[in-house]
Design a protein around this ligand. Structure first.
Ligand code: FES
Length: 192
């Protein structure tokens, strides 16, 4: 084979190597772009979905029918799963956050004393969460609460317009349901 023929035979091989490098760079660039798109989509999906599931703390908790609530003035319903005390006072039903506003202990209800008492430093609160005494700076925190029609889901009462205060239970149908939004709460009032 002459020199001229030999260089002609090698030329396509060099060309092939150059094309492969270019293809590799293109593929690497496309792969990086794909990963970036996937990452951004994943983050978007995470933000689009609710962070808390229904029935868990931080989400909407369905207690049950209004007829399942404790008798007016009796001890509150204890629902530890969602850090909730559900009290039925003379003014109506109210949802209380189970964490003491002093230093974060879990306070409890005393049937004997008829009030909430914190075991850590002795702060005490009424059935509706109002501060009685102790080092706590304020009354108990309250959750947003709704009464909804058990069949249609229509909202019959909502305490978010009344500072999360008690909802009076007069005039609701028997199938009305109590729902608490444990992701939406307000601080109790400070005392002097
Ligand atoms: S944490 Fe409840 S009184 Fe201190």
């Amino acid at each position: 084979m002459t020199e001229a023929n030999a260089s002609l035979a090698e030329a396509p091989e060099e060309e092939k190597v150059k094309i492969n490098r270019q293809e590799f760079l293109n593929l690497a660039w496309l792969a990086s772009l794909g990963f970036l798109v996937l990452e951004v989509s994943g983050v978007t999906v995470l933000f689009a979905y609710p962070r808390f599931k229904e029935g868990e703390f931080g989400g909407i908790f369905t207690f049950g029918k209004v007829t399942d609530l404790p008798e007016k003035g009796s001890g509150p319903a204890n629902i530890p799963k969602v850090k909730l005390w559900l009290s039925h006072t003379d003014e109506g039903v109210i949802g209380l956050y189970k964490v003491c506003p002093h230093l974060g202990c879990l306070y409890g209800w005393s049937d004997q004393d008829g009030k909430f008492i914190c075991p850590c430093h002795g702060s005490q609160y009424e059935l509706d969460g109002d501060y009685i005494q102790g080092p706590a700076p304020r009354s108990l925190d309250r959750f947003a609460l709704q009464i909804v029609d058990g069949e249609t889901g229509e909202i019959l009462a909502d305490n978010s317009t009344t500072d999360f205060g008690p909802i009076s239970l007069n005039n609701f149908p028997e199938n009305a349901i109590v729902q608490i939004d444990t992701g939406n709460r307000t601080e109790g009032a400070n005392h002097d």
